[in-house]
Design a binder for this molecule. Structure first.
Ligand SMILES: Nc1ncnc2c1ncn2[C@@H]1O[C@H](COP(=O)(O)OP(=O)(O)OP(=O)(O)O)[C@@H](O)[C@H]1O
Ligand SMILES: [Mg+2]
Length: 278
């Protein structure tokens, strides 16, 4: 087992990153509402000496693991960008300037230029919103169930598109664009919809709000590429498609990278190790 690990204790998920004996990155997650399990895992790995920590729930984690090991704290945004830079490099991406949109429980948006970076803003609409709204509207709370149902669902009868309004006329903007998320419900007064259609529409709302905001910042900063990261995208092709299509419609380039959900944990690990890509 490793001597050093990085832990990102987020609002929903706790991400752990370390290197195995072959210098391969090993990544694992725990629910943040069960930090005792993280402690047990650490206790079961007595070789661990140094722990790099980051994320909003770090203090709650330290209450559970303090005095056990040597702890090295790095602020969340710094860790995330450190990790993203590493993962981008690992996959051969080189951008002079780009936006980084981290879709965690909430969403944080950063601008990266050369070696500098700054958090430009964010929105409370994120992965927590996807789960919360899906749960309230359908009773389904499990992320994987939500992800699978969204892929099966159809937004057509719930969302109002531009072309639905401009019937028989030329549309002033792309008719396929959403004019009003959930907007058809109030007009048709049809409130009976299948859970998968509702969840697909919730995911559309979440993805479009996040993309709209990311694009506005990208235009302000004159950045072509928007790198979307965060566990909300994990195995979630439907959400990635919503985001990628809308980003491309707005003439920007969406970028997705492997292990994107672990950027913070990787950053916290890099902060205490000399590991670099050869
Ligand atoms: N196994 C899972 N259990 C719960 N949510 C999951 C799971 N896998 C992916 N998700 C999604 O990922 C989101 C959390 O993403 P992430 O781990 O990047 O955020 P976080 O770091 O916990 O939160 P924040 O950075 O906002 O504090 C959840 O809101 C949910 O939509
Ligand atoms: Mg996070």
């Amino acid at each position: 087992m490793p001597k050093a690990i990085g832990i990102d204790t987020g609002g929903t998920l706790t991400k752990v990153a370390y290197l195995d004996e072959h210098n391969e990155l090993i990544l694992t997650t725990f629910p943040s509402n069960d930090l005792q399990t993280v402690k047990d895992w650490i206790l079961n790995n007595p070789d661990i000496e140094d722990i790099g920590v980051t994320g909003g729930r770090t203090e709650q984690l330290l209450n559970v693991i303090k005095k056990m090991k040597s702890i090295h704290y790095i602020v969340e945004f710094e860790a995330t960008i450190k990790g993203v830079r590493f993962l981008l490099k690992k996959e051969g991406h080189h951008f002079d300037r780009s936006m980084i949109t981290n879709i965690g429980t909430g969403t944080s948006i950063h601008y990266m230029e050369g070696n500098s970076d700054i958090r430009v803003g964010g929105t409370g609409v994120g992965g927590g919103t996807l789960i919360g709204l899906s749960a309230l509207t359908t009773g389904i709370t499990d992320y994987n169930a939500i992800r699978e149902m969204a892929a099966e669902g159809n937004r057509e009868d719930i969302d109002l598109r531009v072309r639905d309004i401009y019937q028989g006329m030329d549309t002033p903007i792309d008719g396929h664009l959403t004019a009003s998320n959930f907007g058809k419900v109030g007009i048709t007064e049809d409130i009976r919809h299948q859970p998968e259609d509702i969840i697909a529409t919730v995911q559309g709302l979440v993805g479009e709000v996040i993309t709209t905001l990311s694009i506005q910042y990208a235009e302000e900063k004159n950045a072509q590429h928007i790198v979307y990261i965060g566990s909300t995208l994990s195995n979630n092709e439907h959400l990635m498609n919503v985001i990628a299509n809308y980003t491309r419609t707005k003439k920007h380039t969406p970028v997705f990278i492997n292990d994107h959900g672990f950027s913070g944990a990787v950053g916290a690990l890099l902060n205490i190790t000399e590991y670099t890509i050869v």
